[in-house]
Design a protein. Sequence first.
Length: 149
Amino acid sequence: MQLHDLAPAPGSTKARKRVGRGHGSGIGKTAGRGYNGQKSRAGGAKSNGFEGGQTPLARRLPKLPGFTNINRVEFVPVNVGRLDAVFADGAVVDGASLAEAGIIKRADALVKVLGDGELTKKLTVRVDKVSGNAAGKIEAAGGKVEAPC
């Protein structure tokens, strides 16, 4: 077999329809566009969202105020009261232990410990962020806050 022997399978390709090439072609005169009207004209296509001259929905709705910061970092909030209820005295609180306890969904989620509730146990906290109030309560209970805070 040579390169010049290659051809598409019979019946798999069709010739392009050449419209507007006279009556004899069968697709002359109106060239398959019907008669008058916007869609029969050159450049008569309407844009997406065109509503027949009515003010389009996209222009009737108000613009939303503000903007979305694409650099925003979301932290999963966890209160010290929740840590007190779940962890034993002397436990190490980090992403893995929080995920194991079911407080957060993924061990690699960013966590911030907040100061709501009371803490009565000594805990070693190793999370991404700790609020000042929470850090005070953890240290007052005899625990400690370690990096990567």
